[in-house]
Design a protein around this ligand. Structure first.
Ligand code: FAD
Length: 406
């Protein structure tokens, strides 16, 4: 099959590598010159088997010098309450660690890997239009600018994978993106020099702080560079002036982080003014959307890169088996389940004090503790996970799937 992929982020690169390893022809379009900045630096352990599956084992990633991530750490602002979830304490079979990565470097590693497997890279080349067929047997066409704005070069392929991230290329062309997302959050963020560890945290931990105004992250990328960010109500960010103004003004909500920053402010401070959005269809005739191109909710549990790469990996395997006109409903069902599971977990985070009692309690039931860790590692399908079973019940009761996916 001839596969056209829009976007060379983690979703697009992993899809490209998967298709190449299965012997298909891959045309991969990326509009930006790499390395380029990207937010989304904390990976989940369940990413590892996917990278291994495309020929990048943990040893190859460790050789890049990335910071090992062994646990997720949470603190309740102003309450002196913290909890640490080491991945090694999760359910049997889940990988015990992963990495924190500077995305400019990591995305480039994945992209170069896809090219080394034989994907044909068009870069910097922007896809400007796609012709999507309505009946079986007709091929879609990708129109791209060949690196020259205004130019239109057409390429026929058998299947189009949209991995264009928050640009939601096909979603926008078809007019099926709802930007008024469910949670109405925005983020301001950037890089700073080394920070002191939070109490009882360990080197490499992601630190998430929760308060009524929102939440913040601290991610050690190296021993001298950290990523920090605040996730706030969207109105606060839109009305608050420049991203740096918003960052400075809202640090008051996070006194522990403020203390650790000790006057540091990222330079530059970047912002994502509307985090969540929904795309009403994620698969059509000879096209599919993976990763952020298919919708995004909230980055609280660092699930974005995992969901993008897992969807790309599964899509490669499904199309290899079924062919370009195959029925992708099983793939869609798995992808919907992943999204809905994290959506439910995220709703729990924002729902009053439920998560405070669950995360920061001293007498948690051990099976629930293990189950939380397994989901924090990215395992959305373990039938032995009691916490997941509880979330699934909530999903059914709240019709979460309908809310996010239809
Ligand atoms: C504030 C914030 C914090 C986050 N933190 C985390 C985190 O800690 N961990 C985590 O896993 N995720 C996190 N995420 C989510 C993460 O950033 C994304 O889920 C992830 O990057 C999605 O990967 P992707 O491959 O789908 O898209 P992207 O990585 O965005 O890649 C899309 C690529 O497509 C290219 N492109 C777009 N349009 C075109 C076009 N027309 N033609 C050619 N190329 C095109 C772009 O240049 C880009 O390189 C965070 C997100 C936000 C907003």
């Amino acid at each position: 099959m001839r596969i056209g992929i829009i976007g060379g982020g983690p979703g697009g690169s992993v899809a490209a590598a998967t298709f190449r390893r299965l012997g298909h022809e891959v045309h991969l379009f990326e509009a930006e010159v790499f390395p380029r900045f990207h937010i989304g630096e904390s990976l989940l352990p369940c990413n590892l088997p996917i990278y291994e599956g495309i020929g990048l084992p943990a040893s190859a990633l460790a050789a890049q010098g990335y910071m090992p991530k062994l646990a997720a750490y949470f603190e309740l602002v102003n309450h002196n309450k913290t909890c640490r979830f080491p991945f090694a304490d999760g359910l049997a079979g889940d990988p015990p660690s992963i990495f924190q990565v500077e995305r400019s470097h990591f995305d480039h590693v994945l992209l170069k890997h896809a090219v080394s497997l034989g994907a044909k890279l068009y870069c910097p080349v922007r896809v400007v239009k796609v012709d999507l067929p309505e009946k079986a047997g007709v091929c879609p066409v990708i129109h791209h600018d060949d690196g020259t704005p205004g130019k239109d070069v057409a390429l026929e392929v058998d299947f189009i994978v949209d991995a264009s991230g928050r640009d939601t290329f096909i979603g926008r062309q078809l007019g099926i993106v709802d930007r008024e997302g469910d949670l109405m959050r925005a983020a301001v963020y950037g890089h700073v020099a080394a920070l002191p560890l939070a109490p009882n945290a360990q080197r490499g931990d992601i630190v998430i702080s929760k308060c009524p105004a929102g939440w913040s992250w601290q991610i050690p990328l190296t021993d001298t560079k950290w990523s920090v960010g605040l996730v706030l109500k969207r109105d606060e960010v839109i009305k608050g002036g420049t991203p740096a103004d918003v960052f400075r003004a809202n640090l008051t909500h996070f006194p522990e982080l403020k203390g650790r920053l000790n006057g540091q402010v990222p330079d530059p401070v970047r912002s994502t003014p509307n985090i969540s959005y929904r795309v009403r269809e994620r698969v059509g005739h000879r096209w599919a959307l993976i990763g952020d191109a298919g919708g995004f909710i909230d980055p609280i549990f660092s699930s974005g890169v995992l969901l993008a790469t897992r969807a790309g990996w599964r899509l490669g395997n499904a199309l290899h088996k079924l062919g370009a006109d195959g029925d992708l409903s099983e793939w869609k069902g798995q992808t919907d389940h992943d999204l809905a599971t994290f959506f439910s977990f995220i709703r729990l985070w924002y729902d009053g004090h439920f998560i405070d009692n669950l995360f920061f309690s001293d007498n948690r039931e051990p099976s629930i503790y293990q189950g939380i860790i397994s989901l924090l590692a990215g395992n959305t399908t373990n039938l032995d996970n009691k916490f997941l079973a509880m979330l699934n019940r909530r999903m059914l009761a709240n019709k979460t799937k309908t809310l996010i996916l239809n």
